[in-house]
Design a binder for this molecule. Sequence first.
Ligand SMILES: [Zn+2]
Length: 494
Amino acid sequence: MEQRIKAVIYARVSSEEQKKEGFSIPAQLDLLHDFAHKNNIEIVKEFEEAETAKQAGRHKFNEMLKFLKKNKAVTNILCEKTDRLYRNFKDYVDLDVDTTGYTVYLVKESVVLSPTSTSHEKLVHGLKVLLAKNFIDNLREETQKGRLKKASQGYFIGQVPYGYKKLDPRTTVIDEEKAPFVRRAFELYASGLSLEKVRWQLRDEGFVYQSSNKVISHGQLGKLLKNVSYIGGLYFRGTVYSGKHEPIISDELFEKAQISAQKDNKPLYRDDHNFAFAGLITCVKCGCAITAEIKKGKYVYYHCTGGKGKCEQKKIYINELDLMPQFDEAVKAVSLAQRHIDYIKQGLKESLADKKEFSEQMRSNLEAEAKRVRHRIDKITNEYYDDLVDAKFYNEKRVQWNKDLDEIMIKLEALHHAEQKYYEEGVRIIETLKNAYILYKQQSPIEQRKLLNYLLSNCTLEGRKVSYDYNLPFSYFVNFDSCRKKYPGCDSNA
Ligand SMILES: [Zn+2]
């Protein structure tokens, strides 16, 4: 007799969605049962999650995880769409097909994810989850707006970098008097001269930094040579946005200069106690944190704190320069090659369509809510003029409801922006990963650590060797490329 595939169904509606059409649990169940029937899949259990505002958490989701753990013969999950299955990043990690061995059918998206799925499929899926999370984050950010918005739109905030001038808040142009200085500085540094030599060479060639300060200082030059503005980027709070201004130098020249910076064999600048890898690594022998300190005034050494008593590793002091290349490799491995990018963008476009549907629902909900509140305000105003309510009550209510209304309008506005940015944001993540290594090398130690925390977990130190795991979905980025290297064209027959 033919062995049928055994599966569970997971359906979910959030508390906000329950009032709306098209999100009902029966609609999801119909779709999934129909799919199961056509594909000869046996449904052994259904998990239906109807969230309420009062009851936090996903009880059915956790029940499902328990059920699957107990019933080893059932390894398949049927669900309507990505955003039905995961509400946050942790859910995604909990169901990662590589670690659990499960197969996930996202029926409406025509996606089947299993341990044997190609790296492509896993990667695109991971990105979708990452973006869904990003979408929510955007909503939050957009509600606060301000500087971030301006930066993300590609406009400089406050002062513009040396070599540019601001004509008005939205127009930054190249300052043709200063730009040649920038170009020449990059050329000289890329050619292999040291920072110190570049300073004096510029002066000898007649380049003047500022009328009051003719020779650029060591520190200023170091910062200038890692400023992404000169290749059209815009750095703001740990992220590089694409700027509206013209680049002054080419990407190639910039990259060469960053390689020279590495040869200089030291980070371009260091804020005293911001060690890139402190707090990131634990000792493999005793589990204590690896800490850093400055020796002989300038060398950074890492070692086990040994707080839990004797540790044989406590005596090993590791120069930061020995750790650096190991983390460099880690970041390099997730840098995407240009040739993969179009494929991933396609995946994003598909998920954008999903997101539109989601935000349409959200919008109509908010608009209805605004209408209700406006109606209430009108009603109580009339009642007040008809002497049906007293002034105190009227004022209290009016203030409260106007506040509610403001809140709703802010959310509507935020939704509008978040939606607009969704695809661009996705492209930005990919572009960031494309240039992950270059960006990483230019960041301050604190930001480097942030990025490493985002990418890696379980960093441990044994002797002088660092080990780590990649966080999802970045592990797929790594596999993605190694898969391509080992088996060229391995994704073409997928
Ligand atoms: Zn230790």
